[in-house]
Design a protein around this ligand. Structure first.
Ligand SMILES: C[S@@+](CC[C@H](N)C(=O)[O-])C[C@H]1O[C@@H](n2cnc3c(N)ncnc32)[C@H](O)[C@@H]1O
Length: 303
């Protein structure tokens, strides 16, 4: 059976058509909200990887259309970012760009700075790279996008802010959750009922944002950057310790002890998975590969 006829049988596909949502994905964000109340107390939000725009439509309806007066509407700021352009949505400003690039992060920050160094209460990211069909590779590439989304969130989220991002369910999820806990009080992996059971996607829902003391936000693209060099550029000791962990799962530098207890211990298996995914990444910089191999070998062997 072709994809189209299968889609047409789907209740959320039909409901999306009837209700004017651009994609059935709209229901995923609404179901996440039903469970976690992510729109509560939110006036400013960023929608990363937003095209064709169904999540932005939800944000518009929940945050903008629901406000009664012009003044209230004026205070709402929703920024949608994607590689692709999309049709306009009321109350939503669009920015075309690659979220893994520093210039895009700068443009996002500038957009909120215009009104006096404003921060946002919510960052969502439904980004998906081109799927190769090799599960570990796809999961790894998805994680790279999340790291970029998370690094943008470290610039623009206000304390206590929320972060929602699509993930591919896999064995490295425990590590991902732990990385998130470096910046958030709570973190949960959730599969909304509108996400097809056959799909490996799920969503990481994080609340209670707080920047670790001494950490200087940086845009990270683990597939492109030399992480240690990048961290060194800030002059922050905390970045030097945390960035390799955030980007690649490296625990060598150590991190906040209290949060480490919450994360639990990492198994040799978790390190093996991180190592395998790194090795599978054809873009991984050669000069960094040797250092990472030594580090992972030490961790896997418990040295
Ligand atoms: C599943 S779609 C998002 C659907 C959207 N949430 C909606 O409800 O309409 C994934 C999007 O991620 C975008 N994307 C992938 N990599 C990106 C990147 N590096 N920067 C910006 N957008 C990206 C793609 O262009 C695509 O539009």
């Amino acid at each position: 059976m072709g994809k189209t006829s299968k889609d047409k049988r789907d209740i959320y596909y039909r409901q999306a058509k009837e209700e004017g949502w651009r994609a059935r994905s709209a229901f995923k964000l609404m179901h996440i909200d039903e469970e976690f109340k992510i729109f509560e107390d939110v006036q400013r939000a960023v929608d990363l990887c937003a095209a064709p725009g169904s999540w932005s439509q939800v944000l518009s309806r929940k945050l903008f259309e629901s406000r009664l007066t012009d003044d209230e509407k004026l205070a709402v700021k929703i920024l949608a970012v994607d590689l692709q352009a999309m049709a306009p949505i009321r109350g939503v400003t669009q920015l075309q760009g690659d979220i893994t690039k520093e210039s895009t992060a700068e443009a996002i920050i500038k957009h909120f700075d215009e009104d006096g160094n404003q921060k946002v209460q919510l960052v969502v990211c439904d980004g998906a790279p081109d799927v190769t069909g090799v599960h570990e590779m796809d999961e790894y590439m998805q994680n790279q996008l999340i790291v970029s989304a998370l690094s943008i969130a470290t610039f623009v989220l206000e304390p206590g802010g929320k972060f929602v991002a699509k993930i591919f369910k896999g064995r490295a999820n425990t590590l991902l959750e732990s990385q998130m806990l470096t910046f958030f009080q709570h973190c949960e992996i959730f599969k909304p009922k509108s996400s097809r059971p056959s799909s490996i996607e799920a969503f990481v829902v994080c609340t209670g944002f707080s920047l670790p003391a001494g950490y200087i936000p940086q845009i990270i693209n683990p597939a492109r950057d030399d992480i240690r060099e990048l961290a060194g550029k800030t002059g922050s000791e905390i970045n030097r310790k945390l960035l390799p962990f955030i980007a690649c799962g490296d625990l060598n530098g150590g991190c906040d002890e209290s949060k480490m207890t919450k994360m639990g211990n990492f198994s040799a298996e978790a390190y093996s998975i991180a190592y395998d995914t790194m090795k599978a990444d054809l873009e991984f910089p050669d000069e960094f590969m040797e250092e990472m191999e030594n580090m992972f070998n030490g961790l896997i062997n418990g040295n």
